[in-house]
Design a protein around this ligand. Structure first.
Ligand code: FES
Ligand code: FE2
Length: 363
């Protein structure tokens, strides 16, 4: 949200997040010395505890301590390889548990990366379920879930791409909204949790791995994506979606690293000759895992959207969840401005997760 923070782990093991600017004269605390009980600014040696308390100020005489000074520190919760920080004002609420946050580490895998677009774009692309039938058509067909993703009848064909036209459903919930995509091959269920958590549907079966994505705003044009997969029933298995897609990724702290340089200048690495030869619908891919190939496709479209002027869009019935998502956010902001409790703040989220049912059952 445009603010700069320093995240650190003290030698004691304690993790912390505080404002990056030193409270003395603003030097970066990302340059600070990591000392046993706090961060010491390298400029004039002020030392701050993870709570924000000033421990030491060499600029001041020993008999004039600065007890009153505190930097803005942000309470953290750590688990499953993720450090959550409370960035709000006032007293931090209780950590709000999600469906995976009570699981042992071997039931969960998390990966993160920065994308060069507004934080809403990754969410909107998950609300926009239908694009998986077009943009990801070939990648999905080539993946282990391919047979579950497309019907063998009832297809529509445009430009050589065969897809199933879905019926979308969406309804409001006390945590945000829920939506479903129902077509000839499957019904997939999704849940959006305010303000930026999206449970999606990754593979069929009640006991299969589940997934969610979190899109954390950095500023108007950058977001930090979290890709989290988990299984409540068993430790993650080598043949499950999570390990098939994330176990071979060399750097889970930047899971997009293997895509290399990808910008507007090189058209996000699009291989137009592969498109011309009919080998690829969109011209991305060629990496080891389905997930990375899907992300290569997603990144090109969500970053190329730039700063979206939503008044110039032409939406269709398949965009129902997209409209619901935007309306949910706008209504929640208005309610907050009226002084109401933020939507979803007190909801029990521990049973909320995505689903993927194969077969043309009723939606
Ligand atoms: S700016 Fe950090 S101690 Fe002076
Ligand atoms: Fe996508």
């Amino acid at each position: 949200m445009g603010d700069k923070y320093v995240a650190f782990r003290l030698r004691s093991g304690e993790a912390g997040v505080m404002d990056e600017a030193c409270p003395h004269r603003g030097a970066s605390l990302a340059l600070a010395r990591n000392e046993e009980t706090g961060l010491r600014c390298i400029y004039h040696g002020w030392k701050m505890a993870p709570s924000g308390t000033l421990l030491d100020a060499p600029t001041h005489p020993a008999d004039a301590p600065l007890h009153e000074i505190k930097t803005r520190a942000h309470p953290v919760h750590e688990g499953q390889g993720i450090i959550w920080a409370w960035l709000g004002e006032g007293t931090a609420p209780q950590f709000r548990p999600l469906s995976f946050t009570d699981l042992p580490d071997n039931h969960v895998i998390a990966a993160t990366a920065v994308v060069n677009c507004n934080w809403l774009h990754p969410l909107e692309t998950l609300w926009d379920v239908f694009h998986a039938q077009i943009l990801h058509n070939q990648t999905n067909r080539n993946s282990s879930r391919g047979n579950a993703y497309f019907s063998s009848s009832g297809r529509r064909t445009d430009s050589g791409i065969e897809f199933d036209y879905p019926e979308m459903r969406a309804h409001s919930t006390d945590y945000g909204f829920a939506y479903a995509n129902h077509d000839a091959a499957k019904t997939t269920h999704f849940h959006f949790i305010m303000p930026f958590i999206q449970h999606h549907a990754i593979s069929p079966g009640a006991k299969a791995d589940k997934g969610l994505q979190i899109s954390v705003p950095i500023d108007d044009d950058h977001a930090m994506l979290w890709m989290i997969f988990y299984n409540r029933h068993t430790p993650l298995q080598p043949d499950g979606f999570a390990m098939q897609n994330l176990a071979s990724i060399p750097n889970l702290n930047n899971f997009l690293e293997e895509l290399g340089e990808r910008t507007a200048d090189n058209r996000w690495g699009q291989q137009r000759d592969a498109v011309d030869r009919g080998e690829s619908f969109a011209g991305f891919g060629g990496k080891k895992t389905t997930l990375i190939n899907i992300f290569a496709e997603d990144l090109a479209v969500i970053e190329s959207q730039g700063r979206v002027d939503r008044s110039r869009e032409y939406l269709a019935p398949v965009d129902l969840a997209l409209v619901k998502g935007r309306k949910t956010l706008v209504d929640a902001v208005k309610a907050y401005e009226r002084g109401e409790v933020p939507l979803g703040r007190d909801s029990d989220l521990t049973a909320i997760e995505g689903g993927f049912d194969v077969g043309a059952s009723s939606p």
